[in-house]
Design a protein around this ligand. Structure first.
Ligand code: MN
Length: 381
């Protein structure tokens, strides 16, 4: 059995206010082509299907199209909701869609949905665990009759451990878990949602009973503890911290129990997302950009000491998809020393303005300017 593992589609996401929908359609079409070329039996989607709990109409249309294309190709779909999704909305129509080979995680109520595929090696069991928080698992267990026996989870680790224990996994069979959680030790990037306090981690040993764990949540592809506990990563770069990454899908071929072959197929985006650095004269020189795709989503860091007036507009003539313009010069390096809020509160308005002036102009205010600002502040009281 051959399954393609994808996650964190974030359909409908905007990156630096640029809508990604066209890029997302393009990459989903590429994933369909990969599924065809690989002759995959199905696809696993490990959460964050949408970017928001209430996705836009356009985002829903794109996912509807993607599911229909997969169903028409007779590719089975196994999908769970992520922390960006509404578990209830993702579960909509789940029972109906089973008939077309589209299996979606129901809302977690103490039991994890299990589906079975069969090939010449026997049964392959797929467990679809939607993103769960400790409170979700506690609530589900309280609703169940056997609650007196069950310890209540306080942490994400305990919550997932309990959810797994309740699956009663038959380890003589081949087992796959699809989940959307943060596994301890995973390397993060800027486009993920970090939970406040950072106590959302689950240790990889809770997954020991599974032959393969198809994870979502972390946006860069990586395996943890063993090769088969894996984040496949996002299909597109969703932040500049991912500029140097190569995005891919993970192809998992399940043979007899204990024999799994993993490979990746790189994804080529409609527009790359990359970083450019240099002086204004350098980055606007034809020789600098003529062999590059100027339609890419770019972040430009200018190293000029003086800010370029209307820099963003001017640079967009060459780089229409310029997402972010930054400066790296003595002024910005100085201002990177961020002061603590209390220290700022203790300063007078005049002191704060004087610092701001110096930061902008690389020189202090003259006595005349200082007197003028003092007068302005007093008049404004
Ligand atoms: Mn995500």
């Amino acid at each position: 059995m051959k399954l393609i593992h994808i996650s964190d589609l974030h359909i409908g996401k905007r990156v630096n206010e640029f809508p990604m929908l066209e890029d997302q359609k393009y990459i989903l079409r590429q994933i369909l082509a990969i599924a065809d070329a690989q002759q995959a039996d199905g696809i696993m989607i490990a959460g964050d299907i949408y970017d928001k709990p209430v996705p836009s109409a356009e985002a829903v249309q794109v996912f509807d199209w993607f599911l229909t294309e997969l169903a028409d190709r007779k590719k089975q779909v196994y999908a769970v909701s992520g922390n960006h999704d509404s578990a209830e909305r993702i579960a909509f129509g789940a029972q109906l869609m089973c008939g077309r080979g589209v299996f979606v995680s129901p809302v977690y109520r103490g039991d994890t949905a299990k589906f079975t595929m069969t090939d010449s090696y026997g049964e392959l069991c797929l467990y679809l665990l939607p993103f769960v928080k400790p409170a979700v698992v506690r609530h589900a267990l309280q609703e169940m009759s056997d609650r007196e026996e069950t310890p209540m989870p306080e942490s994400y680790h305990e919550a997932v451990k309990l959810a797994v224990a309740r699956m009663n996994v038959d380890t003589t069979k081949r087992n796959i878990l699809i989940a959307h959680q943060f596994v301890t030790g995973a390397g993060r990037c800027d486009s993920e949602e970090v939970s406040v306090g950072g106590l959302d981690n689950v240790d990889a040993d809770v997954f020991d009973d599974f032959d393969y764990v198809a994870l979502g949540h972390i946006h860069s592809p990586q395996s943890l503890k063993r090769e088969t506990v894996r984040y496949c990563g996002t299909p597109l770069k969703y932040s500049f911290s991912e500029a140097a990454q190569e995005k891919s899908v993970t192809v998992v071929e399940f043979r007899e129990k204990g024999n799994i072959a993993l490979s990746t197929v790189p994804l080529v985006p409609l527009h790359d997302l990359r970083k450019i650095r240099g002086t204004y004269l350098e980055v606007t020189a034809k020789s600098f950009y003529q062999d590059t795709d100027t339609q890419d989503y770019v972040q430009i860091t200018l190293t000029d000491e003086e800010d370029i007036p209307d820099g963003l507009q001017k640079l967009r003539v060459i780089y229409p998809n310029l997402m972010r313009l930054e400066y790296d010069n003595s002024r910005t390096r100085h201002s990177r020393v961020v002061e603590r809020a209390e220290e700022i509160e203790q300063k007078t308005e005049l002191e704060l303005f004087a610092e701001f002036y110096e930061m902008q102009n690389n020189q202090p205010m003259s006595e005349e300017q200082s007197a003028f600002v003092t007068r302005l502040i007093e008049e404004s009281r």
